[in-house]
Design a protein around this ligand. Structure first.
Ligand SMILES: NC(=O)c1ccc[n+]([C@@H]2O[C@H](COP(=O)([O-])OP(=O)(O)OC[C@H]3O[C@@H](n4cnc5c(N)ncnc54)[C@H](O)[C@@H]3O)[C@@H](O)[C@H]2O)c1
Length: 364
């Protein structure tokens, strides 16, 4: 297979972690007989420095012309005092909007080797967590009509959804549930919100096409509670933009490590998907060879799975990551309370070495 991948390294640790993911992608290409052509998109703070704005049109076009895009992270203290329209983070909204990626997929996976980093009790997490949250990304209250009264004492935001906007998310939820444990939970606030009631009606209609998937509903307040009380009840969750925003952060925290979590933003399949770690540009450790590249490497695995349909190749990357962790190698962020032991065993590694290890185990 020959494909074009747009690389959007961004700022801070972004370029370092993307470089390691590229090494892994190259190794996959060699092993499985593919060819990746890379293009580079300058976005975020680096684009502000170079072009005076966070996402120039021609840079977005490079991403749009690709088959899939891999982003590091954007932002940093250097640009914190700019007007909001000029902030690096605007590049993220510009990319997501411009690429029309309406669904955000966030797997919250707890690696058994990193169980110590999970803040929940052993009996709650058992031998691991594996939840997939499908969050609506381009509608709802973040995009609805909003305003502030003239006297500045009243303000409003509107949660508005159309049937097609809901259907494409719910359908995606059913599709992934079908490939996993066949359980889909729609999270809403249908006891109060009309828009949530529409989510339920649409889910009931779509369910007819997926008779083998069990559909359940939870109110967002209960779902947030269940996420820490009994997270293993969840397989796939489909939800609105705001509820998904909150719930996916909660889910990511219970897995314990921000440096391990990948994400995919997908559209209707006619354009490229956007893949990125969920962490930011970590300016505190940028340029120090301390960043954990695994979230970006796992984002590259998602890219192969969801944009190119290369399940075997995606699994090979995930297995290599698993084997590297099994062998005891850790970056500082995932060494946790075992830092001294890991160090004594000579297995405390930096960004580059962690990337090299994944490549090494991929080729074993
Ligand atoms: N998608 C994005 O590009 C994105 C997302 C979040 C924040 N940001 C931006 O990143 C900058 C820093 O934000 P923040 O500090 O709130 O969040 P952050 O995720 O960058 O960092 C939070 C903490 O986690 C650590 N960390 C993050 N990624 C790590 C990794 N791969 N390996 C090891 N440790 C890691 C950092 O060192 C820091 O202590 C800000 O400018 C923010 O706007 C960008």
């Amino acid at each position: 297979m020959e494909k074009t991948i747009a690389l959007i390294p961004g700022d801070g640790i972004g370029p370092d972690v993307v470089a390691e993911a590229v090494n892994v992608l190259d190794s996959v290409a060699k092993k499985f007989g593919h060819k990746w052509n890379y293009t580079k998109v300058i976005a975020g703070g680096s684009a502000i420095d170079q072009f005076g704005k966070p996402l120039p049109e021609e840079q977005l076009k490079i991403a749009l012309d690709s088959d899939a895009a891999l982003l590091g992270a954007v932002g940093g203290p250097k640009w914190d005092n700019l007007a909001s329209e000029l902030r690096p983070e605007k590049a993220l909204l510009g990319l997501r909007g411009g690429m029309k990626v309406f669904a955000n997929l966030r797997p919250a996976v707890m690696w058994k080797q990193l169980k110590d980093a999970c803040p929940l009790k052993d009996e709650i997490v058992g031998d691991g967590l594996d939840i997939l949250i499908v969050r609506e990304l381009t509608g709802g209250i973040y995009f609805g009509e909003r305003g502030t009264s003239e006297d500045q004492n009243t303000a409003w935001d509107t949660e508005k959804y159309t049937r097609p906007e809901i259907e494409r998310i719910v359908r995606m939820g059913f599709e992934y549930a079908q490939k996993r444990q066949k359980r889909l939970c729609v999270v809403d606030k249908a006891n109060i919100l009309n828009s949530s009631q529409l989510w339920r009606r649409v889910a009931e209609d779509v369910k007819k096409d997926y008779p083998d998937v069990t559909l359940s509903y939870l109110y967002i307040d209960n779902a947030s509670m269940q996420m820490v009380r009994n997270p293993r009840q969840f397989d796939v969750i489909a939800t609105s933009n705001m509820f998904g925003d909150i719930l996916s952060d909660e889910a990511s925290q219970i897995t314990g490590s921000i440096g391990m979590l990948a994400s995919a933003s997908l559209g209707d399949g006619t354009g490229p998907g956007l893949y990125e770690p969920i962490h930011g540009s970590a300016p505190d450790i940028a340029g120090k060879d301390l960043a954990n590249p695994l979230a970006t490497i796992l984002s590259a695995a998602m890219l192969l799975r969801y944009s190119f349909g290369l399940e075997t190749e995606a699994k090979a990357i995930e297995k290599a990551v698993n084997d590297v962790l099994d062998a005891g190698y850790r970056t500082g962020d995932i060494a946790g309370s075992h830092l001294a032991e890991v160090k004594a065993a000579g297995k405390l590694v930096g960004t580059k070495k962690m990337g090299e290890l994944v490549v090494e185990y991929l080729n074993k």
